[in-house]
Design a protein around this ligand. Structure first.
Ligand code: BES
Ligand code: ZN
Length: 457
């Protein structure tokens, strides 16, 4: 088996691989907005056609939401499953994009060549790294190195509502030895990394209603309750002045970092001054007795993602609004139970509600944190493959983001997830002008070829 031949082919075919990625990026598969349902379907169909063209028997599988893409190819053990997501985040605020988010461009920047467009990094560019590695392998060797299952989701960015029922229903089909997930990043944009800890996520939308209609704030202000003031008071009460979260029982199940992990993370020498400086900040704003890396990787958080009500258009309107709304998310760690936290949060809000106000809640996903044991020899094999490609020792790291499926692989299928990705901190995922470095794409494809070789020989 010649890995070198596969790597050379990847180098030679890079322009065509980039063209294919640009094609996929032109499909605006925003999963959270029903206006883009047909585009989500089109992105799934694009992937089905592409995988079938590689001899991987692939189908679009319907769900109550967006379709899953599932493909299989037979081969010797081990059985590897690959997961990525083809849906993307909404693009607003659109006016902050320098170009149409769905008219992707290759751009030269001072830091190198980038692929610019929504989904370039999260996660279409990343999922194509694995598919391109398979394409080069197949072209060079005529077949793939082992039994493979492809499992591509279209609802990751909107809380994966169809995922658990789909996995339960198709458990036997999706069962594999290792689930490779490409949806994370490099460490500090230069060190290859295998993520071993992901935070969970609980999303809550809250609506507080006071008067039954918007009122004149001169006529009623002072005497009538203002739901925006009520909501602001509740939100302000969610943290104490040390940055700790005040929801009752919130810290139940939050573990302290093991000595081993603490030592590992200290060895990483995370540069928080740069990390914050890159986004115009200087002060870590989380729990005051924790290090910045703990704040991102191993401590739970509560953030307000949106808050609205009353008049927010141009000019000014003296209104006392009937409703006030907010979207609030909690990142969870260890054994924190999202459903218990949801109940405790809702009870706390109800307790703080004055007479004359009502509250309603809408949940937006509830997933637990997940942690991967790296004792299986495949992890060291993959780590060596990554180190060879990037010429820097690969690190085991945490990740502040959430990828609910990692925990579901463990809990529903009993499969160990292996999280490897090539995104960089400045990729602006979920933000305007998202990009993926051509270096990430190219070396990402090469990395997967090396990992496939390492896990199958
Ligand atoms: N790819 C991200 C997860 C991620 C974020 C990895 C940051 C590395 C760094 C993933 O697509 C994502 O954004 N997930 C959502 C969760 C979802 C339930 C909405 C998240 O973390 O907010
Ligand atoms: Zn993602």
């Amino acid at each position: 088996m010649s890995l070198d031949a596969v790597l050379s082919r990847i180098d030679n075919d890079l322009p065509e691989a980039m063209d294919r990625l640009l094609d996929l990026l032109r499909i605006p598969s925003i999963s959270t907005d029903p206006a883009y349902n047909a585009s989500c379907d089109a992105a799934a169909a694009w992937l089905v056609a592409d995988l079938n063209s590689l001899g991987i028997t692939t189908e679009k599988r319907e769900t109550p939401g967006h379709p899953m893409v599932v493909g299989h190819v037979e081969g010797p053990d081990p059985h590897l499953l690959f997961y990525g997501h083809y849906d993307v985040q909404p693009v607003d605020p659109l006016d902050l994009w320098d170009n149409d988010p769905f008219d992707p461009k290759i751009e030269e920047t001072v830091k190198g060549t980038v692929i610019r467009g929504r989904g370039s990094s999260d996660d279409k560019g990343q999922l194509m790294t694995f598919i391109e590695a398979c394409r080069a392998w197949k072209a060079e060797h005529g077949s793939l190195p082992c039994k493979l299952t492809f499992f591509l989701e279209g609802e990751e960015e909107s809380g994966s509502p169809s995922l658990v029922p789909f996995m339960k229903k198709n458990a036997e089909e999706l069962n594999s030895d290792i689930a490779l997930i490409c949806d994370t990043g490099l460490f500090e944009s230069k060190t290859p990394a295998i993520v071993t800890m992901l935070r969970g996520l609980l999303g809550e939308e809250i609506t507080i209603t006071g008067p039954n209609v918007d009122l004149h704030s001169g006529m009623y202000g002072g005497v009538a309750i203002n739901p925006l003031r009520v909501l602001s008071r509740i939100i302000a009460a969610l943290h104490d002045d040390q940055g700790r979260i005040t929801v009752p029982g919130f810290y139940d199940g939050v573990p302290e970092l093991s000595d081993e992990m603490e030592a590992q993370w200290q060895g990483l020498a995370f540069d928080h001054v740069n990390f914050l400086g890159d986004v115009g900040l200087s002060q870590p704003a989380g729990e005051q007795d924790r290090t910045p890396l703990e704040m991102i990787w191993s401590r739970p958080t509560c953030e307000v993602n949106g808050i609205w009500g009353g008049y927010t258009g141009d000019g000014f309107k003296t209104v006392l609004p009937s409703k006030a709304q907010a979207k609030i998310s909690f990142r969870l760690v260890g054994d924190q139970d999202p459903l218990v936290i949801r109940d405790n949060f809702r009870a706390m809000v109800r307790d703080m509600l004055p007479d004359d106000c009502d509250v309603s809640f809408e949940g937006h996903g509830a997933s637990k944190a997940s942690m991967t044991q790296t004792s299986d020899p495949s992890f060291e094999a993959a780590r060596k493959a990554l180190s060879d490609e990037w010429h820097v020792p690969a690190a085991y790291v945490g990740c502040g983001g959430s990828i609910p499926i990692a925990g579901f692989f463990q809990d529903i299928l009993g499969t160990t997830p292996m999280l490897v990705g090539f995104g960089k901190d400045d990729d602006a995922i979920h933000s305007p002008n998202e990009k993926y470095d051509v270096e990430s794409f190219h070396k990402g494809i090469r990395s997967w070829a090396r990992i496939l070789a390492a896990l199958t020989t």
